[in-house]
Design a protein around this ligand. Sequence first.
Ligand code: XMP
Length: 321
Amino acid sequence: MGYKAMIDANKFVEEQVAALQKQIGDNKVLLALSGGVDSSVVAALLIKAIGDKLYCVHVNHGLMRKGESEDVIRVFGEEMGANLTYVDATDRFLDKLAGVDDPEEKRKIIGGEFIRVFEEEARKLDGIAFLAQGTIYPDIAESGDDGHKMVKSHHNVGGLPADLKFELVEPLKTLYKDEVRQVGLALGLPRSMVFRQPFPGPGLGVRCPGAITRDRLNCLREADAILREEFAREHLDETVWQYFAVVPPFKSTGIRDGGRTFEYPVILRAINSTDALTATPEQIKWDVLCRIRDRILAEVPGVNRVLWDITEKPPATIEYE
Ligand code: XMP
């Protein structure tokens, strides 16, 4: 995950802070802070530029990885002193998703519900004039603006009702991802946040294939945390592009302490890619894999089998849904 310096990050910060102060004046700005690289860097930049005139809303849809919402609260709410509203909408999302097994339907529910929750919070805040977004240059290019061919449309927090009228603030829109990371470091964000691996908007929802259940989601969150811990211990988090666990919707027979078990498997996947259009599996050392297996089987209740996915993209996609 190396990157090369293309901009002077400190100079970019200095210029953007001045430009943002000029653009925003005494007005208030709203930001959906997911904890991803782009929204985190926008938040840090705006905190530096306008301080408590920035209002961050972090919506926990119940599909975050272990510790992610807590990190957002600690870094932005406590260490950086941001105005941060934390909305735990777990029950709301999981209730809506109960029994829904079609992948596209799941995505629609998660995206639609996110906008509704964010909109409700936006309406509670008075006098907001601007909406900040973590749009980066490839988002614009892929959406067909700026003379580029349409690849896929990026929505970010688009889709808000027309009567919520905001002017957009998009301070990262000229930057590529590795430049955004440099700016994040220049702003003092933790490396774990700045070099975070890609994480899909629908979160763990696409790694809990079929109808999401709370027990499967819990297995997934714990197994994924163990995988991440062990990868970090081996410094694989600095070189492997994306790595995660999946818990499929079936159980299999096992044996523990002489008795029969009937529990979920955990699938592990670690891939390398440059653009997410193709991907190859990372070759992980056997002893590292075995340690991850042992920890998952010892520490995650309800799991009796660990599988290693060796499939390239194509024919598989990176995510399971
Ligand atoms: P696939 O599964 O299509 O994933 O090979 C390619 C890359 O995109 C990420 N991904 C998403 N990112 N919203 C996102 O922001 C999504 O709905 C989404 N689906 C997939 C995926 O993690 C991988 O890096």
